[in-house]
Design a binder for this molecule. Structure first.
Ligand code: CDP
Length: 237
């Protein structure tokens, strides 16, 4: 049941963090729709910067000399329009899901200048509140004061199966559908890189509510987060 967004209803920030394919984006998108909030997929922003590096063919140079990332960030625009994401004015919604982007995104997102730039964009997008934002560091770094912080986890094989089903349903836009084994390996590798990096590593904020989604249906995980959100909105009124 959608919440009535009357003038007196306080709008909050909902931060949803967790490892790859833990159900963050599906949950965040639906809860945002139910509350009449904006949904911001910060992973899509890191993927867009990665796609730009691939298209400019500067990944090897960046790996040798990470300081040269400023060239990449000098002129970049990332814009959301509903469910679509635009990089430098072009729709990259499907292109950022390619496996090559998934393999390289943890490297690009480990670079401090990239994180600084995207964090500033994300904080600006959340300034008006009424936002559900998902990622790896939303509750810990981007919005540590978010009224509701959620940390979603799930078993790695289960997550690979979900990602496989998701990619299979959209495979028309992809060059090649990876196997389940490749996906599980990529997910485990990305989890490790995201948790071990120096800047804004993936970790649970002490106040975040942890939900294990391994055995949950989408409907159940959505209603858990929605109920938590309603409780926070009512607390804060
Ligand atoms: O959808 P999936 O779980 O595969 O990942 P994503 O949300 O699209 O994020 C892709 C990658 O971006 C992550 O593996 C992180 O390396 C990075 N990321 C990040 O560093 N900080 C965020 N707030 C969001 C994503």
């Amino acid at each position: 049941m959608p919440v009535e967004q009357g003038k007196s209803t306080k709008r909050i920030i909902i931060a949803i963090d967790g490892p790859a394919a833990s159900g963050k984006s599906t949950t965040a998108r639906i809860v945002a729709g139910q509350l009449g909030y904006i949904y911001i997929d910060t992973g899509a922003m890191y993927r867009s910067v990665t796609l730009k590096a691939i298209r400019q063919d500067i990944l090897d140079e960046l790996k040798r000399s990470p300081g040269s990332v400023d060239v990449l960030l000098k002129e970049i625009s990332i814009r959301f329009d509903g469910d679509r994401i635009f990089l430098d004015g072009k729709d990259v919604t499907e292109a950022i899901r390619e496996n090559l982007v998934s393999r390289e995104v943890s490297f690009i997102s480990s670079l401090k200048p990239v994180r600084d730039r995207l964090r500033a964009m994300q904080q600006e997008l959340g300034r008006q509140k009424g936002v559900v934002m998902d990622g790896r560091d939303i509750g810990t770094v981007v919005f540590p004061d978010a009224e509701l912080k959620v940390f979603l986890v799930a078993d790695a094989l289960q997550r690979a199966k979900r990602r496989y089903a998701e990619l299979a349903s959209k495979s028309a836009g992809l060059l090649r559908l990876p196997s389940l084994e490749e996906l599980e390996q990529e997910i485990r590798e990305r989890d490790r890189a995201d948790a071990e990096r120096e800047h804004a590593p993936l970790k649970k904020h002490p106040e975040a509510v942890e939900i294990d989604t391994s055995e949950l249906t989408i409907d159940t995980q959505v209603s858990k987060v929605y109920d938590l959100a309603l409780a926070r909105i009512q607390d804060d009124c």
